[in-house]
Design a protein around this ligand. Structure first.
Ligand code: SF4
Length: 528
């Protein structure tokens, strides 16, 4: 792996280094912003303003973070938080850690502690550096084989698809992608071949490929498993993409909490020297911000700035990283490329039921075996949960695509889990992070968990999102408090409309869905 470089020259490189330098300085501890400003030439106020955007840098004294995602809360995260506080650990809550299959999860510095128990907390003796998860190794997940990603299989370093891509050439690769019908698996569902063709045909000869591994949608944890278990497919897909669009530099942006997959990738890249001639890989880590999963916010973060989404157009395929044409894909999308090149687009398309291809579904909550399951695109919730060992208790509701998708009632259990069928009921597949809720769940409380998440993660750039997420969370709390006003939720539909119409990015556009869908399908739970 070569050292990081910047396509825009000196000042851009210094700017890009701000976040890494702040991390090395231990976050925004006293004096850190000043010394990073001195090293980089970036004004101190700007260094501080940038660092304060990212939760892992902004509060350096916090060493333990307990996930308060919905699946972790169902598994006892609130009680776990109470134990850590009583033990005197420097703790706070955090947004989803992409470990919903190992709930409740926590973070020690940047290391994930899956299935953390109260007895783990007690045995560390109040010393956060000794906090470890004893249950993590006791119940390692099992992986099911699958035709495209095969999480149960072994990494293959021989890169046969890359060789074949060189043999058949860029246009034929794009042709196979088009035939496959592959849509972006990060949530947007945009046809992959159109992005590839758009970048390849730009006049600017400097192009980039970026991997979006900033997986943060509550309920989703498939990218983490792909990076850990099938990094060969991820790297090969990136190399093919770089070859096809004519890029020499590939940037892998991993969320800051993906320390273990990231270190593994760095090792694999060091061993892969020369496997992909003419292509340089650069690994970057995020610093704690959900909205950086939005592609233009991620580009801002890569450039060393606050991760605020950009207005579009221009789209990244025209002007992306440092203003250059950029092809960006989610981990699952890029990992599917190898199989498509090797076995053909028609083969991949035929794997799907209602839409093309197979899909990695993450399922957690009230199911017997939470985990990632590769199944035909368009299976129903019942089929997915059958693969996951069955329901725990009686199904009441589910979120088919993370917090952003809102809730559906049990009566939708046979609806195909695909882009089109879920859109028909005002819902969405998103990144297919399915959270299952049984009859014990209070839907008002579930909606409140999601609203808190959106309020905490709004970047604050758009007034409707900044104010609307705060308003809805407060209104729902007011509604549920003793002696509440029954009219507290009277403006929900209006605020939801404002959020949808006036927000730049998907966070604001979907932030009201958990509440509006819960009100629609479970109105009795909102009556006094
Ligand atoms: Fe930021 Fe919200 Fe606007 Fe997205 S919608 S850019 S998160 S303020």
């Amino acid at each position: 792996m070569e050292q990081d470089q910047d396509g825009s020259g000196g000042s851009g490189a210094e700017r890009s280094a701000v976040l890494e330098r702040l991390q090395k300085a231990g976050g925004l501890s006293p004096g850190a912003a000043r010394s990073v400003a001195f090293e980089t030439g970036v004004p101190e106020a700007e260094v501080y303003g940038t660092g304060s955007f990212y939760s892992l840098l902004a509060r350096p004294d916090t060493k333990v973070r307990v996930c308060n995602g919905l699946s972790c809360r169902l598994a006892g995260a609130d009680e776990l938080l109470g134990s850590t506080q009583r033990a005197g650990l420097p703790v706070e809550t955090c947004s989803c850690l992409a470990a919903c299959d190992a709930a409740p999860a926590a973070l020690r510095d940047r290391a994930l502690l899956p299935r953390l128990t109260q007895s783990d907390v007690e045995s560390c003796g109040g010393d956060w550096t000794r906090l470890t998860s004893s249950a993590a190794t006791a119940s390692a997940p099992t992986y099911c084989p699958g035709p495209v990603f095969d999480l149960a299989g072994e990494p293959d370093p021989s890169a046969p698809a890359f060789q074949k891509a060189i043999e058949i050439g860029p246009d034929a690769v794009i042709g196979e992608l088009e035939a496959s019908g592959l849509q972006g698996r990060g949530g947007a569902g945009f046809p992959a071949h159109r992005k590839w063709r758009a970048v390849r045909t730009q006049l600017d000869p400097t192009r980039y490929v970026v991997l979006n591994a900033d997986e943060g949608e509550p309920g989703t944890f498939k990218d983490r498993d792909l990076l850990l278990r099938r990094h060969d497919l991820v790297l090969e897909g990136l190399a093919i993409a770089a070859f096809v669009v004519g890029a020499e530099d590939v940037y892998l942006y991993l969320r800051g909490e993906f320390e273990t997959p990231g270190r593994l990738l760095e090792e694999v890249l060091a061993q892969a020297e020369g496997r992909f001639p003419g292509i340089r890989f650069h690994v970057h880590y995020g610093h704690g911000s959900y909205v950086c999963g939005e592609e233009t916010a991620l580009l801002e973060a890569l450039e060393g700035k606050r991760g605020m989404p950009r207005h579009r157009p221009p789209y990244p395929v025209e002007r992306g990283l440092w203003g250059r044409p950029t092809l960006m894909h989610n981990v699952e999308t890029i990992a599917a490329v190898s199989a498509i090149v090797l076995r053909g687009g028609a083969w991949f398309r035929g794997l799907g039921r209602s839409e093309p291809g197979s899909k990695l579904y993450s399922v957690s909550g009230h199911v017997e075996r939470p985990g990632n399951y590769e199944l035909p695109m368009g299976v129903s919730l019942d089929e997915l949960v059958e693969a996951a060992g069955g329901y725990v208790g009686e199904l009441k509701a589910f979120s088919p695509g993370g917090a952003s998708s809102g809730f559906l009632p049990a009566s939708e259990r046979t609806r195909p889990l695909d882009f089109r069928s879920l859109a028909e009921v005002g819902c969405m597949l998103g990144s297919a992070g399915v959270v299952v809720l049984n009859q014990s769940v209070d839907m008002r409380a579930a909606a409140l968990t999601q609203l808190r998440f959106f309020e905490a993660e709004s970047c604050g750039q758009c007034a409707p999102c900044r104010i609307g997420t705060h308003y809805l969370r407060e209104a729902l709390e007011r509604h549920g408090s003793t002696g509440d006003s029954p009219d507290a939720l009277a403006h929900t539909a209006e605020v939801a409309w404002q959020l949808n119409e006036g927000s730049i990015c998907g966070l604001g556009q979907t932030a009201a869905l958990p509440l509006t869908s819960a009100l629609k399908y479970f109105p009795r739970e909102f009556r006094a």
